[in-house]
Design a protein around this ligand. Sequence first.
Ligand code: ADP
Length: 519
Amino acid sequence: MAISRFSRRALSVIVLGVAVPALLLAAVGVFLTLRIARAIENETIRYNTYLAQQVAEAFEQELMAHMRRGIGPAENAARMGAGLPEVVRALESEAAEFEGTHFVPLEELDGYSLLIVEALPLVYAPGAGARKDQYFAGLLLRDPDGQVIGAGGWWIDARKFLSAHLDPVVQERLPGNPRLYGGFESTRKLSVALYAPDGAEIGRVRTPVTQRTARSEPLAGPFENYSVRVSPTSSGSVVWTGRFVTIEIAFIVLMSLVILAATVFGLRYTVRQLELAQLKSGFVSNVTHELKTPIALIRLAVETLEMRRYSTPEEGERFIHAIGRETLRLSQLVDNILDFARLEAGQRVFRFESVDLVQVVREALESFRPRLEHQGFELIVEIPDQLPPVSGDPTALTHCVLNLLDNAIKYSRTRREVRVAAGTRGSFVTVSVGDKGIGISPGDQKSIFEKFVRLETGLVHDVKGAGLGLSLVDQIIRAHGGRVEVESVPGEGSTFTLVLPAAGGMVSEHMETRERTAS
Ligand code: ADP
């Protein structure tokens, strides 16, 4: 079909012209966003490493500052050539910060390490020189000639010193460092934690939110095997970037979905409009044909009767019948077209009243009986004497049954049997019209209810129709709060059932009396 070829082409054009570029742009957007996020993450990792080094240095400076303050009197005593007990006493007087005073004579300094902090030699004793969990930390002391006589200092508990000085180091010493790259503000968005040699956290300033960009730095000297870890807090730039990236990617994905959905809906709408336009033009030619044929037949019959061009009275009767039949066909078509036009314009007003569907079905059958008989149909009627009333427009409902009967006749081939049944189903009243005609494939059972749709299979080419009947039936029954069901097997026949709500809700069982008419 031309439409489906068009829709395939339109689909590829729209997909290639809109959806693919939109998706490509979205992918580029996501890619760039991730690249920017990655760059910020790398920068943060570098800064965290740098800051961890700064913290390590700050701890050494803190230790130096304390030792400098404490060593003054001992240094003076040594320079003035005082004896060892006096030097030790001088050390003791300033030992508040440390554990125990200690003086190491020059000859014993061999196993001790030297650490240079801010150009000052700091002596400490790892390994053999250490007391349990404690290090000796001290400064070199010189005699009046400037000769090193030994080292004076204290035993320190590194864990205690670190945990006691963590806060001042991070909150004061570090931000106070004028050379600190990034400045005070940056350090406030970071969490700094200290770890003992066994990996246990011994203290921290601020809570970290992610460890992805966290970096550790080992401490040196008396704090050997301890480490400092710097990670971002919830106000860190990398954390904010992460949030923005998530929002942005969600936004881009949502936008792509909207563009895709708009493309698909736009395409479907366009195709539907084109299909409708094509169906409409088919409808006009169908209707013209539908109107012309009965008119031509009526004219022919009238002329024949006027000029008495028939030989027997029976032949004359046949022409009169033909006029009746074609007039019925014409009026049904005109009714359909008018009804359709009113429904489309929203001007169709239903006059609701209590309707007896038995009556409606019988009336419809009466007007169809001659046509059924004439065309050799067996009519099987299974309707009860009484049915619960439905609230509806009797003319519209009769119109529905007439359309179903018309289709049953039109789309039957050699097996000419029409079965009309009515009954109840829960709180619904049903009316069904079945035939043993050409049937409808499952794939088409929905589309036949759309306006102007005529299936291009089986008998349809030979059978007249405007493609309006079922669309009208569907719209009328929906307006009555019901639905139309179709059961059909191609080649076996179809049954259309109108399901309408009973006026009073639940219905009682009704005796079903069957009536069978064979023509
Ligand atoms: P029309 O009969 O004027 O073409 P309808 O809306 O009544 O329009 O029906 C739409 C299409 O549904 C028909 O063209 C036909 O292909 C199919 N159809 C309707 N009723 C039957 C039936 N009883 N058996 C087989 N096909 C049917």
